[in-house]
Design a protein around this ligand. Structure first.
Ligand code: ATP
Length: 546
């Protein structure tokens, strides 16, 4: 039922109007059967009356109008459904917590938003067509009932047998389709590894073979299940058609031997049963697509439910964050903050941590690999919410509802930053100023800011970081966060970063939080924080600090 509600909600016409159109087109088609049969009978008696011709024309006109309108509504509804799902999911995705997105495979999101949505959209017109055909079948059955009760009972019994046999298999098919959907997610994931890890794959033929085997293996598994599903479907289709032909056989071979049967009645019944063949096939087709669409919709709903659970409560349903709310801050503090990664049995933990960051100062964070420096930055910037402890601005706790505004304080270049081709979130930029900054970063001739986007992002890691720095400086936020920014720079840019850029930012009143290993530049910070296994082992003012 979820699927029907979903389809009808997105139809242009009201729910009743859609059902009325389906009913009218089905009934008008049934009416044509009756009229044609009546005309045939009249023709055999020598004259076809004008009223029959008029009735046929009226039924045909009704059929054309209602069929066209209902089919176009179905297609519009299908496109609307895709748009609705995609927009709603993207909306939920952008409001969800970072941890959820980090832990959800890309394959899961892509498969739901591409494969499953198109399954639903392709199914919708077929399902609407199936509904109309079901009405035609119903009208045909009524017509048979009108001619002969025995023939009606027989046809009904045959159809019920076909329906019952179909229902028996439906659960198995549904389970198969669910497995196919899971396999498709796996396929997207393994394909993602092939593309993202292309260098590694290209350089080692054994790795190449293994990854390819995984991709093709999943494709073969999907094929095997789909072949099973399609075979079951075609078997059923053939069986249902065979039943129809059996009905015909009974009509033409058995009924004439019965005393009461008239040749004209048998002719009419034969025409009526033949008339049912095509709509019955359409109904079966629609059942098959209905099953596929239902399974696709359930998997979309499952991802939607996960997104709802992962909704960043502070980000959802709130007015837009206010970037100015904390912009004039003097101090930022962590008090007894503890953050632990959920899920894993011994999830990594940082804290309890106490730290005070003063406006206009630079805090450098140092520590060994995996000691929690990036995690600390995500907690400090409000991207991860601590399990306990508080974040204070000027001595006042940042309430959960204020977190989105708090996050607006920061401009970050994380170690795994994403370089956008456009300066999203910035408007009225002077391209000459942007290009001047690009030149200062030594990127002139490599990329350019033109027509609102960077002309080239195929840069070295260090160059990409420099371009990210241009974007970050343009954002003009009160706090700059750098996660090992200088690690990929040559000595010249490293020196420029520590000796010119950071002091320049401080001179503008900006606060700096930087993860670094460059001990020769520790004199450029006012606070040095040493982290070990998630705990601070030292928080000090380095010698020679300015
Ligand atoms: N999304 C995550 N889910 C679960 N555990 C994570 C996640 N991200 C990081 N970790 C774990 O947290 C620990 C600290 O990682 P983090 O990236 O904060 O360290 P780091 O000090 O920045 O390391 P590096 O210097 O190597 O960048 C690691 O053991 C890592 O496995």
């Amino acid at each position: 039922m979820d699927l029907y509600r979903f389809l009808i909600e997105r139809s242009r016409s009201s729910q009743r109007a859609v059902l009325a159109l389906v009913l009218i087109s089905g009934l008008s088609s049934g009416l044509m059967l009756g009229v044609v049969n009546a005309a045939a009978e009249m023709a055999s008696n020598g004259k076809v009356e004008l009223r029959v011709v008029v009735m046929f024309a009226a039924a045909l006109a009704l059929f054309v109008v209602s069929k066209r309108k209902s089919m176009s509504d179905a297609s519009v509804a299908a496109e609307r459904a895709i748009r609705d799902i995609r927009v709603a999911m993207a909306e939920k995705l952008r409001r969800s917590e970072l941890l959820f997105v980090e832990h959800t495979g890309h394959g899961e999101i892509y498969a739901r938003l591409t494969q499953d949505t198109s399954t639903i959209s392709q199914s919708m017109p077929v399902i609407f067509n199936g509904l109309q055909s079901a009405i035609v079948v119903l009208a045909g059955l009524l017509y048979i009932l009108f001619i002969s009760f025995d023939a009606f009972l027989m046809t009904l019994a045959f159809l019920a047998a076909a329906g019952w046999s179909y229902m028996q298999r439906q659960r198995t098919t549904m389970r198969d389709l669910e497995v196919v959907i899971a396999k498709e997610t796996e396929f997207f994931d393994s394909l993602g590894h092939l593309v993202d890890g292309f260098k590694e794959v290209k350089i080692s033929h054994r790795k190449n073979d293994d990854v390819f085997e995984r991709v093709s293996g999943v494709a073969v598994e999907t094929e095997t299940i789909m072949v099973r599903v399609v075979k079951r479907y075609t078997n059923h289709l053939v069986m249902a058609q065979t039943l129809i032909y059996l009905i015909l056989a009974v009509l033409v071979f058995v009924l004439p031997s019965l005393e009461w049967s008239q040749p004209q009645t048998i002719m009419k019944l034969t025409a009526a049963v033949l008339f049912l063949v095509a709509p019955l096939e359409t109904v079966q087709f629609a059942f098959h697509f209905n099953l596929k669409a239902q399974v696709a919709l359930s998997s979309i709903r499952a991802l939607e439910a996960s997104l709802d659970r992962a909704l960043d409560r502070e980000d959802a349903g709130q007015p837009d964050p206010d970037p100015q709310r904390f912009a004039g801050f003097r101090t930022l503090e962590l008090r007894s903050v503890v953050f632990r990664y959920p899920g894993a049995e011994h999830g990594f933990q940082i804290g309890p941590l106490n730290l005070k960051v003063v406006r206009g100062e630079a805090t450098f964070i140092v520590g060994g690999n995996g000691c929690g420096k990036s995690t600390l930055l995500k907690v400090l910037t409000g991207l991860y919410q601590p399990q306990s402890g508080r974040i204070l601005i000027d001595g006042i706790e940042v309430a959960p509802a204020a977190l989105p505004s708090y996050r607006e304080l920061f401009s970050c270049i994380f170690a795994d930053f994403h370089l956008f081709d456009r300066l999203y979130g910035l408007s009225d930029l002077d391209p000459a100023r942007v290009n001047g900054m690009i030149a200062e970063m030594g990127l002139a001739g490599k990329t350019e800011y033109r027509d609102g986007r960077f002309t080239n992002l195929d840069l070295s890691t260090g160059q990409r970081k420099r371009l990210a720095l241009v974007a970050s400086l343009l954002e003009d936020k009160p706090i700059h966060v750098f996660d090992e920014w200088a690690a990929d720079q040559d000595p010249e840019f490293r020196a420029k970063f520590y000796d010119t850029i950071l002091p320049g930012l401080r001179a503008e009143g900006k606060t700096i939080l930087a993860v670094t290993h460059d001990d020769r530049y520790f004199g450029q910070c006012q606070q040095l924080v040493k982290l070990d296994y998630g705990e601070f082992v030292a928080v000090e003012r380095p010698q020679g600090a300015l």
